[in-house]
Design a binder for this molecule. Structure first.
Ligand code: SAH
Length: 217
């Protein structure tokens, strides 16, 4: 797989677009500038890789829009060494961004094919993520507690497991919607008494979070 001057130029243009849409965190923009997003998209559609759009990947899933990846990552304010749990590995692109920011990443995917493909890509990039196959609505108790949790599929509510597996003062960024059609981005912070305080951010559209504490179908 190649990363040419043309791709690098396209990434520079994408960064300009993300800035114009309000993304300010230079660490996040630098990470997007480094990771070859075209590797995470089916080869025949490579030319779409640096448009600011979501894109279909295998198994009927999507790679999130670059703006959404940037927005969720900016909200998380990743510090090197942060223990991060991601739900919905998908293509592995968001995982690559988190790893390149120095996160110690645990990422769960329910579809085996995607879990395997993402692992291969992250290896090629020399990024060290801990990928887990299973129902991410349960979280991953064995590696908890986490500093931050990021959910990249639309949830009907915040699964209680996430709050339990989060450190005090830790953050969850999760798109939540009453139906599967659209979600509001929620930033939830765990308080000392174990409750959460949340802020409602903008509107987004994700594929559904399916599982025990997600949508049933
Ligand atoms: N972060 C991804 C976005 C993928 S789309 C990227 O950068 O490409 C959301 C992903 O969440 C899909 O791959 C879907 O299979 C997965 N998903 C949905 N419900 C899940 C669950 N309960 N556990 C783990 N993964 C889930």
């Amino acid at each position: 797989m190649k990363d040419t001057y043309r791709h690098q130029g396209q990434r520079k243009s994408l960064i300009k677009i993300l800035r114009s849409k309000g993304i300010q965190d230079t660490k996040v923009l630098n990470a997007i500038n480094t990771i070859p997003r075209h590797w995470f998209i089916p080869a025949e559609f490579e030319s779409y890789a640096y448009q600011d759009n979501a894109f279909p990947i295998d198994s009927g899933q999507t790679i999130s829009q670059p703006y959404t990846v940037a927005y969720q990552t900016e909200l998380l304010d990743i510090k090197p060494g942060d223990r991060i749990l991601e739900i919905g590995t998908g293509s592995g692109y968001q995982a690559a961004i988190l790893c390149s920011l120095g996160a110690t990443l645990y990422s769960i995917e329910r579809i085996k094919e995607l879990h395997i493909q993402a692992g291969e890509l992250l290896n090629k990039l020399n990024l060290n993520a801990n990928l887990i196959l299973g129902d991410g609505t349960k979280g991953a108790k064995e590696f908890a507690p986490y500093d931050k949790i990021i959910v990249t599929a639309g949830a009907p509510h915040i699964p209680t497991n996430y709050v339990k597996q989060l450190k005090t003062g830790g953050a969850i960024v999760i798109p939540v919607g009453k139906t599967q059609a659209s979600q509001k981005m929620i930033l939830a912070i765990k308080q000392a008494d174990g409750s959460i305080k949340h802020e409602v951010k903008g509107d987004f559209k994700f594929v559904p979070l399916l599982g025990e504490q997600g949508w049933k179908t």
